[in-house]
Design a protein around this ligand. Structure first.
Ligand SMILES: [Zn+2]
Length: 688
């Protein structure tokens, strides 16, 4: 492992933060925390923590000793000074004399001594940092160190590899007890430069930010060298039979069925679903290619704070025959039932061993390994699914390294249980109320147009993972970027059935399935009905009717695989119920689409799939351009704004109003076969 320390970059941060009144100590603490956090083999997603002891003025201006320690909820890779809150050191040190300290009292003492009461909670390992007197302290969960430690005889191996400058401490759950244990070890040998916490991670100390960081790099390099030199020649991994792209394609085919099986029914036709991240290739592909994957899969995490996110074990599935997916469902259900039973038993065995009462967490796996193909990680959002996939990937790499030099042995189940159900760890996950479309995947066609974009934006703001489809690839890519990292853009002409199928499959590959489909793409062809050319009429039907049908067919295909219902939403038009002169080519196709919506409602209510339409009128869009608005308002002798607000409410109808109607219908759990009008009020066009 290479050191990434650069003097000029360190000095740049000291100057940059110095200009904001931040001390050099804290600026350098930010710098090396980021260096550690940016290497996924050292630290992943909130794992690890760092500190610096320094002096800062309190509110009275008195300069006091403080420890600035990583705050809960901050990611070291992108940490800022605000993520390293200052805590008065003296009161923390006095806690050392206590024989016991409850978690609540520990958190309270840490919070109560913050210089800034608005700062985040200091790390649960803050007392450990405080009790060791070194100025800079770095802590990571380095994969290479864990590969040595997560072994039978791991403590002896660590002593041998790291030598006398590193103390090896047997596993103690983080918190007050670990802080006291480490303080005793330190006082017995004050010359040590760091610690190996058995089956947990590594600490290094230093008088400067650079010294603590360089010691971390040196020790992790030592572990890496040992693994390289001692890996058995016969530990060579299996090779997947298919290419990475083929594996991902097959994973995407099986993902909706798995997603549906993992969804928890909430009653009344509602489900708590999860969103997926699919991965293969490299170590993941090799691991999943093992012919005895079930026996190879891990039964405990590599470091205990991972199990609050990915539980102790993955669900392992045999390789599906993607030509006959229906035959895979009973196998999937059987394996999942066994997994859930195992989780219940794990809870029932371990819960009585600890004081107090706990409520069992949901028993669903967060990592699914599919034999021969790769892994599917699941989370309440795409962001969480990516975190879980990163943790699973680190687990695979570490387990493979551990087995290459010996045998992977995680912590005993009882220790992992205590950590999984530790209130301070659960607090990290947050219990915030979820937005209306959380855990759902929505697909919107015509997503680069005004109504499609407003809908995609609203659905994303309500927590949905969104697939944006449009014929204009550049525009839709730009729209997806504006929605953030977790929106997928697909260039697709919805009149091409193969392209539509591929777009749905891309959505399943990105998020694991699809729950809400807004079939919105459309365009108008004008002309008198009796004389319009045949081609225009047929083109209009291709886009304004047949494409809606193709989109709905694919939606039903994915939703039936999930078996958790779904919502079809069609953009009909005023023309479907109240025709306009010379808009026959458009209106007749839209009228057919309106009936199509009801036909799907009729035939798929049994599947829990609801089908509804929005009937909108006079929206500025690609169909009603500024030039058209100018000519029509002129023809009626009105100014543009009077023309656009010529409805009962006297207000222009906006794309956002149509998006709101789509959202309302997406959430209306008992509504199907309905048409919602969004036109500001027009009695002549009102549905009867
Ligand atoms: Zn730790």
């Amino acid at each position: 492992m290479k050191s990434n320390w650069q003097d000029d970059e360190a000095q740049r941060l000291v100057a940059h933060y110095g200009a904001q009144g931040v001390s050099a100590d804290v600026a350098l603490r930010v710098y090396t925390s980021r260096l550690l956090g940016q290497d996924p083999t050292l630290v992943l997603h909130g794992g690890g923590n760092t500190s610096v002891k320094t002096r800062l003025p309190d509110l009275t201006g008195e300069v006091i000793d403080v420890i600035c320690v990583k705050g809960s909820g901050w990611d070291m890779a992108v940490i800022e000074p605000a993520g390293i809150p200052a805590v008065r050191l003296a009161p923390l040190l006095r806690l050392r004399d206590r024989s016991e300290l409850s978690d609540e009292d520990m958190v309270n003492a840490q919070r109560g001594n913050l210089l800034d009461s608005n700062a985040p909670n200091p790390s649960v390992e803050a007392l450990l940092h405080a009790f060791v007197p070194h100025k800079f302290i770095d802590h990571t969960h380095a994969n290479a160190v864990l590969a040595l430690s997560d072994q039978p005889g791991g403590m002896a191996l660590c002593r041998e590899v790291f030598g006398p400058t590193m103390a090896v401490v047997d596993y103690v759950m983080p918190g007050f007890r670990l802080a006291k244990a480490v303080a005793q070890v330190y006082e017995a040998s004050p010359d040590i430069e760091g610690l190996i916490l058995h089956k947990h991670g590594i600490f290094t100390f230093g008088d400067s930010a650079r010294q603590a960081y360089e010691r971390m790099i040196e020790m992790v390099t030592r572990a890496e060298d040992h693994i390289r030199q001692h890996s058995r020649a016969d530990a060579a991994a299996a090779t997947p039979r298919a290419s990475d792209a083929q594996c991902l394609e097959r994973l995407a085919q099986v993902a909706p069925m798995v997603r549906g099986a993992l969804a928890m029914p909430l009653g009344q036709g509602r489900y708590s679903r999860m969103v997926a991240e699919l991965r293969t290739g490299g170590a993941i592909g090799a691991f999943c290619a093992a012919p005895d994957l079930e026996a190879q899969a891990w039964t405990g995490v590599i470091t205990p704070d991972h199990n609050i996110r990915i539980k102790n074990r993955p669900l392992v599935l045999p390789e599906p025959d993607t030509q006959q997916l229906a035959a895979f469902r009973p196998t999937l259900q059987q394996r999942l039932d066994a997994y859930v039973q195992h989780y219940h038993a794990y809870f029932q065995t371990n819960d009585p061993l600890l004081p107090g009462k706990r409520r069992e967490l949901d028993p669903m796996p967060r990592v699914v390994l599919v034999q021969g193909l790769g892994l599917i990680a699941w989370g309440k959002s795409k962001k969480d699914a990516v975190i879980h996939a990163d943790l699973a990937q680190a687990t695979i790499e570490t387990v493979m390294a551990a087995r290459a030099i010996g045998q992977f042995e995680p912590l005993p189940e009882a220790d992992l249980f205590e950590m999984e159900y530790w209130s301070l760890e659960q607090a990290k996950l947050g219990q915030a109320k979820e937005p209306a479309l959380a855990r759902q995947v929505a697909l919107v066609t015509g997503a680069a147009g005004t109504i499609g974009l407003a809908t995609a934006r609203l659905f994303a703001a309500q927590g949905a993972a969104v697939v944006l489809i449009d014929r204009d690839g550049e525009a839709v890519a730009k729209a997806a970027r504006a929605l953030g990292a977790h929106a997928l853009a697909v260039a697709c002409d919805v009149t091409d059935p193969q392209a539509v199928r591929a777009a749905f499959d891309a959505g399943c590959a990105a998020f694991g399935g699809i729950d809400i489909v807004v079939s919105n793409a459309g365009a108008a062809w004008e002309g008198a009905m009796a004389t319009i050319d045949d081609q225009s009429l047929r083109q209009s039907f291709e886009l304004n009717f047949f494409a809606h049908h193709t989109v709905a067919q694919n939606a039903v295909r994915v939703m039936q695989a999930q078996r958790t219902g779904g919502a079809l939403l069609f953009n009909a038009s005023k023309q479907a119920v109240n025709p306009g002169v010379h808009f026959g080519a458009y209106g007749t196709a839209k009228a057919a689409t309106l009936l199509l919506s009801r036909q799907y409602a009729l035939e798929h209510g049994i599947d829990g799939i609801r089908s509804n339409a929005v009937n909108a009128d006079r929206i500025r869009s690609g169909l009603l351009t500024d030039a058209m608005i100018a000519s029509r308002s002129q023809a009626r002798g009105l100014d543009e704004s009077s023309y656009m607000s010529g409805n009962l409410l006297g207000q222009e109808v906006l794309p956002e109003d149509v998006a709101q109607a789509f959202l309302t219908l997406a959430l209306a759990q008992k509504t199907t076969g309905h048409v919602m009008t969004v036109d500001g009020g027009n009695i002549a066009a009102a549905l009867r």
